[in-house]
Every structure is written in structure tokens, then in C-alpha cells.
Design a protein around this ligand. Structure first.
Ligand code: FPP
Ligand code: MG
Length: 328
């Protein structure tokens, strides 16, 4: 392990370090083979205009840092591949969810329609494959190919659980692993593969990425229950409106939670009953029953991350810093 791994940075220095390398990832991401078709080029420019928090690339960068491995162009490109796959899933997800807004902008689906959104996602996946082939590491190709399969399975498993009030915590967590965790796990493990780390280090970093991703999903699902200014101080509860049971509901202990959720799902599926006043009344009944479990949801996410982080060896300062950013 190089002495770089032992260097401690202040939070500001860590922030600067992350910014510098995240910019390199952004350049690699945007430096894909340009589409010759103007419509596709526009859609891709739109989809990558706001790159968000770049959490997956940051996991790759910080995993490399933990291993004392330099931030080589292969590390940057692997981080970019993780983000390209992420953006592709969002393009497809917005079609599935019929979503009009993403990161404060109209979705590609909303501006150019489903066909362009799906094809732009496919094009990004093709570009990600090309970048992987340029890195030239067969283990990395297998890793990200498995991720693509898991992402599809996760999304289909979510569809199967729609309106299902029998969903167990285990099944929910499994879905979170496939839909969200696996890409974070691969982002972390990619650094270990490129650093020729031991199989233990690879496994521990993959486990950490998985835990980080599932915790991230739990916090995202919790956020759906938190009042926001944008929604005029009212929680969105979009997941429940879409027939999805998530962690806050599963952790709720009030005996009336699931019966009330079942009544809501029934109403949502009965077109005649799908009037907003009735749905809103049911959501208002469920809301106070679920509120007490928001803290437990956050605690569960925190616990997952702490446990997984404890197993990672090397300089985990950067990974710890990123974990803290999930819990403001
Ligand atoms: C966002 O979830 C979506 C995902 C984390 C995964 C989506 C996966 C697919 C569409 C299938 C596989 C696609 C490819 C390209 C391999 P969300 O709807 O809960 O979050 P949101 O609020 O950000 O939309
Ligand atoms: Mg969505």
C-alpha cells in the first residue's frame, strides 16, 4: 500500500480533491463518440447537462484512495462508465414512471417522447461498453455486465411488488440491492479490480458499495415521506401513490398501517374510486401512522453503512466523508 493512503485531509481538502477528480470523470463522460444524428445528440446533451452528485463515480475514486491506488485514467473511465449506466437507467426509468421532471429539468421522455428516451439510454449503454473495451480489463466487463442484468431484474421485481401489501423487508431489501445497490457495489469493486487488490479487499469494497447503495435507497424512500417546500410543505408520498411499499411503511408498527395501505391500493386500482379527494383522505390517514418510523429508517441506513465501512481496510477517510454527506 502506497504512503498516499496514509495521508489525512481536512474536509475542505477532501472536497477539493473530490471536485478535481469528479471534473475529470465529467470530461470522460461527456467525451463519448458524438452521435451523428442531431436529435440523439440533443437528447444526450440534455440528459448529461446536469450531472447531479456523481455519487457512483465518487465511490470509485474514494475506493481507489482507500487502496492507496493513484487516480489513473482507467479509474476515471471506470467511474465514468458507472455514471453512464446510471444516466441510462434514469432515461429508461422516466419512461417507465411516466416522469416529466428530473433534476429540475423536463425529462428527455417529456421533451422528445418515449422512443427517443429509450434509444438515448441504449446509446449511452453502447458508449459505456465502448469505454469498458478501451479500459481493456475483462473482469471489469463482466462486473458491469452483471450489473446491467441486476438493474433489469430489480426494476421488474419492483413491478411485481406493485400494490403488494405482503411485501417483506427481506424482499424489499433484495429489490433495493438489485435496483440501486449493485451499481454502487460495482463502482467500488471496479477500483479494487484496477488496483489489483486482494480478493478480500475486492469483496469488502463491493459489500461497502452495496450497503451504501441500499442505504441511499432507504434514505430516498424516506424522503418521499418528508414535507418539502416544493410540495407546499406536504410530503409527496409518490411511492404509495404508485402502489409501492417502502422501508418507512415496512418499519411502521401501528397495527392499522397495512390494512389502511391495502384500502388505498384498492382505491388506486379501482378507476371509479380514483378520485383525488378519496385518495388524499386515505393518504392523510396513513401519514401519521408511518411518521414514527422515519427515524428508524434513517437509523437502519446508518447502521448498514457503519457495518460495511468497518470492514474496509486502508485509508477510509474519504469514504467516511462521503457517507456523512448522506446524513446532513
Ligand atoms: C430510479 O428509481 C431507477 C433505478 C435506480 C433503476 C432503473 C432501472 C431500469 C429502468 C432498468 C434497467 C435499465 C438499464 C438501462 C440497464 P426510482 O424511480 O425509485 O427513482 P427516481 O425517483 O429517481 O425516479
Ligand atoms: Mg423513477
Amino acid at each position: 500500500m502506497g504512503c498516499m493512503a496514509l495521508v489525512n485531509r481536512t474536509d475542505t481538502e477532501m472536497d477539493t480533491w473530490l471536485h478535481v477528480h469528479a471534473d475529470r470523470v465529467r470530461d470522460s463522460l461527456l467525451n463519448m463518440v458524438p452521435a451523428n444524428t442531431a436529435l440523439l445528440a440533443q437528447a444526450l446533451a440534455h440528459a448529461t447537462a446536469r450531472t447531479g452528485k456523481l455519487l457512483r463515480p465518487k465511490i470509485t475514486l474514494l475506493a481507489a484512495l482507500a487502496l492507496g491506488h493513484p487516480i489513473t485514467s482507467a479509474i476515471i473511465d471506470a467511474a465514468a462508465v458507472a455514471e453512464m449506466i446510471h444516466v441510462a437507467t434514469l432515461l429508461h426509468d422516466d419512461v417507465l414512471d411516466d416522469a416529466d421532471l428530473r433534476r429540475g429539468l423536463p425529462t428527455v421522455k417529456h421533451r422528445w417522447g418515449n422512443h427517443v428516451a429509450i434509444l438515448a439510454g441504449d446509446y449511452l449503454l453502447a458508449q459505456a461498453s465502448l469505454k469498458l473495451s478501451q479500459i481493456g480489463n475483462i473482469e471489469l466487463v463482466a462486473l458491469f455486465s452483471e450489473v446491467l442484468a441486476s438493474l433489469c431484474e430489480g426494476e421488474v421485481s419492483q413491478m411485481q411488488f406493485q400494490y403488494d401489501t405482503q411485501l417483506t423487508m427481506d424482499a424489499y431489501l433484495k429489490k433495493c440491492q438489485m435496483k440501486t445497490g449493485c451499481l454502487f457495489a460495482a463502482a467500488a469493486k471496479a477500483a479494487a479490480i484496477l488496483a489489483h487488490a486482494s480478493s478480500d479487499q475486492k469483496a469488502h469494497l463491493a459489500n461497502f458499495g452495496m450497503a451504501f447503495g441500499v442505504a441511499f435507497q432507504l434514505l430516498d424512500d424516506r424522503l418521499d415521506w418528508v414535507a418539502s417546500k416544493e410540495s407546499l410543505g406536504k410530503p409527496v408520498m409518490n411511492d404509495l401513490r404508485n402502489g409501492l411499499v417502502t422501508a418507512p411503511v415496512l418499519l411502521a408498527t401501528h397495527p392499522q398501517v397495512m390494512p389502511q395501505v391495502a384500502t388505498l391500493f384498492q382505491a388506486l386500482q379501482t378507476t371509479a374510486c380514483a378520485d383525488t379527494a378519496q385518495i388524499d383522505a386515505l393518504l392523510n390517514t396513513i401519514y401519521p401512522l408511518v411518521m414514527p418510523s422515519l427515524d428508524a429508517t434513517q437509523a437502519m441506513a446508518q447502521q448498514m453503512i457503519t457495518t460495511a465501512l468497518a470492514n474496509v481496510t486502508g485509508n477510509t477517510q474519504g469514504l467516511t466523508y462521503l457517507c456523512q454527506s448522506l446524513f446532513p
